[in-house]
Design a protein around this ligand. Structure first.
Ligand SMILES: C[S@@+](CC[C@H](N)C(=O)[O-])C[C@H]1O[C@@H](n2cnc3c(N)ncnc32)[C@H](O)[C@@H]1O
Length: 256
């Protein structure tokens, strides 16, 4: 199982200008952004992750400072900003297409600052009460170093809500699952229309699978991610598999 993407190899491959868009070695987040929120609308497994996040927020003390790392189109920040209008949310998202979508979605919230950087280039330290990192860590180079970056953002005792894709992305399995679900919910014709509209999602998920196979994206078991998180200085408060067992959800506390 591929576990570690070397930063230099990763950067070299990603910046190879001879590659056509279809040959990019990793996902094209801007292309994904255009249809990403079909997941929010139609994928119950994605909706369950957001419910888990709401549950965590309802049980934790009100966070003053939040970081949403790899925030994508802003679905987690939307929940946090609505629940805690007094909190300051730092939205870290290096991809312009994703960030633009998030800005539109979150335009009614004035407590969000947007940071156009990758996690590894953000210098803040020890200020967050809560860090959210959902389905982003696996796609970053050097996951162990990035876990240290997530820890650095947190004050001692602060919480990390971590969701990470761990197992190989099986596009046919997801298509079957969504097709069955949608056919029941909205009928055959609308199900076909939605899957067609979301074909870019399937394309980017294929790219994710390929990057996993090539070792550019991290794949892990439940115990591997737990060990990595503990090695970075977190205490794991709870852990479960989610997203049809493709992903791990860990709630962690930064050690003092
Ligand atoms: C699958 S999306 C997840 C979006 C959102 N967290 C969600 O779950 O809906 C992964 C996001 O991670 C971002 N990302 C990739 N590498 C990153 C890095 N090194 N630092 C911060 N974000 C990164 C991508 O730009 C992309 O928007």
């Amino acid at each position: 199982m591929a576990t570690r993407a070397d930063t230099e190899t990763y950067r070299t491959l990603k910046s190879d200008s001879r590659l056509m868009p279809d040959q990019q070695p990793t996902a094209d987040w801007s292309a994904y952004a255009a249809t990403y929120d079909l997941l929010l609308e139609y994928n119950p497994a994605y909706q369950q992750l957001l419910e888990e996040f709401e549950n965590v927020l309802s049980q934790a003390d009100a966070p003053r400072v939040i970081y949403d790392v790899g925030g994508g189109t802003g679905n987690y920040s939307k929940i946090a900003a609505s629940r805690y209008p007094e909190s300051l949310i730092h939205f870290i998202e290096p991809d312009q297409g994703m960030r633009q979508r998030a800005k539109q979605k979150l335009s009614g919230h004035k407590n969000i600052v947007y940071i156009d950087k990758a996690l590894q280039d953000v210098e803040a330290s020890a200020e967050a009460d809560l860090v959210i990192c959902a389905h982003a860590l696996y796609s970053m180079p050097d996951h162990q170093e990035r876990l240290l970056d997530l820890k650095r953002l947190l004050r001692p005792g602060g919480l990390l809500f971590l969701v990470d894709l761990g197992r190989p992305m099986n596009v046919a399995d997801w298509r079957y699952y969504l097709f069955s679900h949608l056919t029941k919910e909205v009928g055959l014709f609308k199900a076909i229309r939605i899957l067609w509209k979301g074909r870019e999602i399937a394309k980017q998920n294929k790219a994710i699978f390929k990057a996993q196979q090539d070792g550019l994206y991290w794949t892990h078991s439940e115990s591997e991610i737990r060990s990595a998180v503990e090695k970075a200085g977190f205490e794991v408060l709870s852990q479960k598999t989610m997203y049809r067992d493709y992903s791990d959800l860990l709630l962690c506390r930064a050690a003092s």
